[in-house]
Design a protein around this ligand. Structure first.
Ligand SMILES: N[C@@H](CCC(=O)N[C@@H](CS)C(=O)NCC(=O)O)C(=O)O
Length: 222
C-alpha cells in the first residue's frame, strides 16, 4: 500500500497510526503543498491528504479521507480491530471521531499555526517554513480572532477528553478504538506548545502510549 501524505499533517498521522496498529506494510510518498492538487484531483476529486492507494487487485484505486481510510483498513484486515464490537460503543467512538476530525483537528491547526507564526518561530525559522505557515494561515483564515475561538473550543474538548482518559485507558469501551487513535493524532501538534505541555501532562502521556502501541514515531516535541 502507498500512503500519499504531507509529512507534518496530523490527519496523515491518524492514517499512519491506524496502519501501524494493524501492522500493515506500507510506503509513504510525501507530496509538496500546492502541487499536491495536480496529483490528487484526478485521483480522488478532492484536494486533501491523506490518500491511500491500496495497490491490490480487486480493491479501490484510491481512498481519500482519514475516516474512509480507517473504514477500508478495518474491512481489509479486521484484526487487530479498531472498531468496537459493542454497537452502541462503536457508534459513540465514530461520533467522537467525527467531532475530533471536524472540530478539534481544525482547532488544533489554528492554535498550532498561531504558535508557529509567533513564539514558536524558532521551531523552524527557515524561509520555506515561514512562507508555508503564511500560506496555511491565509488558506484557513487563521488570525487572532479565529484563534481565540479555536482556543476556547480546544479547552472544552480537553475537559471532555480528560474526564474519559483519566477514568479509563480508553475513550470508549475496554480497548483501543478509532476514537483514541484520532485523538492521539489530531491533538499531537500541541506537544510543541509549552502552555499545553504544562497544562495537560496526562494528554501527552496518552499520546506517547498510543504511538508506541501503533509503532509510530513520536510527534515533534515528545
Ligand atoms: N477530513 C479530512 C481532512 C484532511 C485535511 O484537512 N488535510 C489537510 C492537511 S492537514 C490538507 O490536505 N490540506 C490541503 C488542502 O486542503 O488543499 C481527513 O480526515 O482526511
Amino acid at each position: 500500500m502507498l500512503l500519499l501524505q504531507f509529512s507534518t499533517s496530523h490527519y496523515c498521522r491518524k492514517a499512519r497510526l491506524a496502519l501501524g496498529y494493524k501492522r500493515i506494510n506500507y510506503k509513504v510518498e510525501n507530496l509538496t503543498p500546492g502541487l499536491h492538487i495536480l496529483k490528487l484531483k484526478p485521483l480522488t476529486g478532492l484536494s486533501t491528504l491523506p490518500v491511500l492507494l491500496p495497490q491490490i487487485e480487486g480493491q479501490p484505486q484510491a481512498i481519500a479521507d482519514s475516516t474512509q481510510i480507517i473504514k477500508f483498513l478495518e474491512s481489509y484486515q479486521p484484526e487487530p480491530a479498531i472498531f468496537l464490537t459493542n454497537p452502541e460503543q462503536q457508534t459513540e467512538a465514530l461520533m467522537l471521531e467525527d467531532w475530533l476530525d471536524e472540530s478539534i483537528g481544525t482547532a488544533t491547526r489554528f492554535v498550532y499555526y498561531q504558535f508557529r507564526a509567533n513564539e514558536g518561530q524558532q521551531v523552524d525559522p527557515s524561509f520555506f517554513s515561514q512562507m508555508l505557515i503564511r500560506v496555511v494561515r491565509q488558506q484557513y483564515g487563521i488570525n487572532d480572532a479565529t484563534v481565540k475561538l479555536a482556543t476556547d473550543r480546544l479547552a472544552t474538548s480537553l475537559a471532555e477528553l480528560s474526564l474519559r482518559w483519566q477514568k479509563s485507558e480508553y475513550l470508549v469501551g475496554g480497548c483501543l478504538s478509532v476514537a483514541d487513535i484520532t485523538a492521539a493524532a489530531l491533538l499531537s501538534p500541541l506537544a510543541l506548545i509549552p502552555d499545553y505541555r504544562q497544562g495537560y501532562p496526562w494528554l501527552f502521556e496518552r499520546i506517547v502510549q498510543i504511538h508506541q502501541l501503533c509503532g509510530e514515531k513520536l510527534p515533534p516535541g515528545l
